[in-house]
Design a protein around this ligand. Structure first.
Ligand SMILES: NC(=O)c1ccc[n+]([C@@H]2O[C@H](COP(=O)([O-])OP(=O)(O)OC[C@H]3O[C@@H](n4cnc5c(N)ncnc54)[C@H](OP(=O)(O)O)[C@@H]3O)[C@@H](O)[C@H]2O)c1
Length: 285
């Protein structure tokens, strides 16, 4: 089974379901997971300069024997690299480490509103796209206000906003804003992992009941809830069983009763990772 594609606002396709690559292990472990993921049908791979594994990811993907044109690689510009000149150097480093001529999707990792350089950084990404060093450009952890500024000041709408999004933190207002502006919401920590690997959300009884009803797993219910709403998701998974389960989430549908039950899990306090207005870390926490 393979992920269906979504069409981005620049006309390019992106697989809807991908693999998150944060906090992977050794080079050999990363290569093994990438090979299993390729076998399981994954074609979207979500990396970032700060994950420190772009080179391993590039090498691992080449070892899988997938054709470059069939692989969709995302990477992200880290917080130390905002600004026009630094953005270019940062991308050049990522291209070199990944061993590719062009990244399929390049994201500004965090807005850092306290530095107020995100509009200038966005202009730099627009120029890098014109040079074809990146195919599509987007952002991560931006609020509607930040997105509004990018759109008003540059006229270019990000293709994707990658945000924390899961049943306990549903981001309904931002997801609606994205839909209105043709931006794809891409869920990070879809299982509420918060970047730490813990997934207490999957023990939620409401999700267990829906999973039992459909003879599925809670993880599949969460991913289908996201993809059915038009969002993309990039769960991290390392076991063959998890990789396969997550990809198979695309082959069933939730009904209105299920969606209404999941809606009750939303909480204003549901965020598990850092918030976009305050996150200013310039090293890997
Ligand atoms: N843009 C950003 O600021 C940002 C921030 C955080 C994360 N991210 C991205 O989002 C990705 C995912 O986030 P995350 O790693 O925090 O959390 P997550 O995807 O919500 O959770 C990952 C955890 O879920 C487990 N898991 C995977 N599939 C499962 C299944 N079918 N059943 C039960 N457990 C399952 C994994 O275990 P195993 O490894 O044992 O399979 C891992 O412990 C990251 O890798 C990264 O690419 C982006």
């Amino acid at each position: 089974m393979m992920s269906q594609d979504v069409i981005l606002n620049d006309g390019h396709n992106m697989p809807q379901l991908g693999l998150g690559l944060m906090r992977f292990g050794s080079e050999a472990e990363t290569a093994a997971v990438l090979a299993s993921a390729a076998d399981a049908g994954y074609r979207l791979f979500d990396s970032a300069a700060i994950y420190g594994n772009e080179q391993q990811v590039g090498d691992g993907l080449r070892q899988c024997g997938l054709v470059r044109g069939d692989v969709f690689v995302t990477t992200k510009l880290w917080n130390t690299e905002h600004g026009r000149d630094k953005s270019r150097t940062a991308l050049e480093g990522s291209l070199q480490r990944l061993g590719v001529d062009q990244v399929d999707l390049y994201l500004v990792h965090w807005p850092l509103p306290m530095d107020d350089l995100y509009v200038e950084t966005w202009r730099a990404l627009i120029a890098l796209r014109e040079e074809r060093l990146v195919r599509s450009i987007g952002v991560s952890n931006f609020t509607a206000e930040h997105l509004g500024r990018l759109i008003a000041e540059t006229g270019i709408v990000p293709a994707v906003n990658q945000i924390e999004m899961h049943p306990r933190f549903q981001q309904r207002a931002l997801h609606a804003f994205h839909r209105e502006h043709g931006i794809i919401s891409q869920a990070w920590s879809p299982f509420g992992g918060g970047g730490t690997g813990g997934v207490p959300l999957l023990g939620e009884p409401v999700l267990a009941a829906i999973a039992a009803k459909h003879a599925r797993t809670p993880s599949q219910v969460v991913l289908r809830w996201l993809t059915q709403s038009g969002a993309s998701a990039i769960p991290k998974a390392t076991s063959v069983q998890h990789l396969a389960q997550n990809m198979a989430s695309l082959s069933f549908d939730l009904d209105k009763t299920d969606l209404a039950a999941i809606a009750t899990l939303d909480s204003a306090e549901g965020r598990t990772g850092p918030g976009p207005l305050t996150f200013a870390v310039k090293h890997f926490a």
